[in-house]
Design a protein. Structure first.
Length: 487
């Protein structure tokens, strides 16, 4: 997004272990023994590694002499064995640690190196480190030190409110997988779940009951505990200095609050924003499929019908669908408890209140939020939301009408194929299109059934499926936090 990265969220409190905060690499004269070692290693290889020389500033023009194989710490055989990611991580940790301890000018604790590697901040460098000559390897090693310093410096104290819910449970894994710089993670829920344990980075963390003073020292708070909790506690988190990323509907339509899908409208967020809203899950999934098509023509109208899964109504609704399904298969007629109607082997109109025009609240959210996200306050959009007996991942049948003639199916497919966060699943020959089972647990929104609307010359039709606990909620929230860190 073209913004220069800076330490986010007032992290001045975190003490940097190195004085290298704003530099990716230390200047060569500071490298001392590292430089000497690298140079002698490179000479042993009979060449100076291209990237090493560029780094030194000796010879910016490359003669392509990198990839000379390993010396010093690694031989070819060992490199060949280091194919799997886990092994590469461990090797990288050991390598960086050994090299820094022996040749580094900056001391670096093993856990700090480990943090840099585990957080993926030099994973892409690792292969090069192992394959290239010693000069390059040491350069990578010092780069790793600086990255470690950056990571440690940026590490944040993060809170998840609603950590035991269907959405909340996704956060620890997402933060870990995405290498989000978490210094400390605090998990909050209601009184019911206080004392439960959830796993983060292999450690069991106790869930605490959220209180007014829970946010002292917190830099970033994800809220997924319903609109009432967000209204009550988000201002307290803000007052304590935390950036709030809210999954509830509490602030979405507040014009002062950005409503953000990072792939679609990142520009609506600024570094000054302390409260950012995650849109409604059905709106996110719809717009992930539709927003990229704006480059093919002006959108005049959207018609969408949703097929919404149990997980969209929370952990209790998921349990109800499973319990009811078991009970029905055993010949019983279970009483609905969480949702208003029998759920197993049934479907029903979305379980939210209906307004005077006959639209339920979910439909109204999709309409209003789509208009806000696309900045099209008069967008013609009609929505029908239905709950279906699918455990996880929502599906949507979408018709997009353009102001002029519809773009070709090929143009739509080509556009969606390059849209970030979208995966095209559109195999007409084998009748394979997006399915909620395939969309469950993955980051991308699946889009397919790309076809002309034969009843309208300006319209095309799509079918989309997305994991609304991920892209529709927790993943989008983490992406917002990542975006905030880059502003
Ligand atoms: N599910 C989705 O697909 C989805 C998608 C987008 C947005 N959202 C939004 O995300 C939020 C959470 O939804 P969900 O589906 O994860 O619901 P859920 O499974 O019912 O989880 C609700 C969470 O809120 C906590 N909570 C309940 N009462 C509380 C209280 N008084 N104080 C503090 N925490 C309390 C619960 O803790 P206990 O375990 O203690 O009850 C639980 O952790 C909602 O605002 C929802 O609109 C959901």
């Amino acid at each position: 997004m073209g913004h220069k990265r800076r330490p986010p969220f007032g992290l001045e409190r975190s003490k940097p272990h190195f004085d290298l905060r704003h530099e990716r690499r230390p200047p060569p004269e500071e490298l001392g023994p590292v430089t000497a070692f690298a140079e002698s290693g490179a000479q042993r290889l009979g060449t100076l590694d291209e990237r090493y020389r560029t780094f030194r500033g000796d010879d910016p023009s490359s003669d392509g002499t990198s990839q000379k194989g390993c010396a010093g710490f690694h031989d070819h055989q060992r490199v060949g064995a280091l194919v799997d990611r886990q092994t590469r991580h461990h090797a990288a940790i050991q390598f960086a640690f050994d090299a820094c301890a022996t040749y580094g000018t900056h001391s670096c604790a093993r856990d700090e190196i480990e943090a840099a590697v585990t957080l993926n901040h030099f994973d892409s460098e690792v292969e090069g480190t192992l394959r290239n000559g010693v000069g390059h390897a040491i350069m990578q090693c010092t780069t790793a030190l600086v990255l470690a310093a950056e990571v440690i410096h940026r590490a944040m104290r993060v809170a998840v409110v609603g950590a035991t819910g269907a959405v909340g449970r996704e956060f620890p894994r997402l933060l870990e997988q995405r290498g989000f710089p978490v210094d400390e993670l605090r998990l909050f829920a209601g009184p019911r779940s206080a004392g439960c344990a959830l796993t983060f980075r292999g450690t069991q963390l106790l869930v605490e009951e959220v209180r007014a003073d829970s946010f002292q020292g917190i830099d970033l708070a994800f809220f997924s505990a319903g609109a009432a909790r967000s209204r009550a506690y988000a201002p307290m988190a803000n007052a304590a200095g935390a950036l709030v990323v809210d999954n509830s509907s509490a602030f979405r339509m507040d014009e002062r609050v950005p409503l953000v899908v990072p792939e679609i409208n990142p520009e609506t967020m600024t570094a000054a924003d302390r409260l950012v809203a995650v849109p409604n899950c059905s709106a996110i999934l719809l717009l992930m499929a539709v927003a990229p098509l704006r480059s093919l023509g002006s959108i005049a109208r959207i018609v969408v019908s949703t097929y919404q899964s149990a997980s969209g109504a929370g952990a209790a609704a998921m349990a109800e669908l499973m319990d009811q399904t078991r009970a029905v298969l055993e010949g019983a007629t279970p009483e609905p408890k969480v949702l208003p109607h029998p759920y197993a082997f049934n479907l029903f109109s979305h379980n939210t209140p209906i307004n005077e025009h006959g639209f339920n609240e979910e439909e109204s959210k999709v309409i209003e939020e789509s208009r806000k996200i696309l900045r099209m306050p008069n967008l013609a959009i009609n929505v029908t939301c239905v709950r279906v007996p699918v455990l996880r991942a929502h599906s949507e049948s979408i018709t997009v009408e353009f102001s002029g003639p519809a773009p070709s199916v090929e143009a739509v497919r080509a556009r969606l194929e390059v849209a970030p966060g979208v995966r095209v699943v559109d195999d007409r020959e084998r009748n394979i299109f997006p399915m909620p089972l395939d969309a469950s647990g993955i980051d991308e929104v699946l889009v397919g059934r790309i076809r002309r609307d034969m009843s309208h010359p300006s319209a095309i039709c799509l079918f989309a499926c997305g994991d609304q606990l991920l892209k529709g909620a927790a993943l989008n929230a983490v992406q917002i936090a990542e975006l905030a860190g880059s502003l």
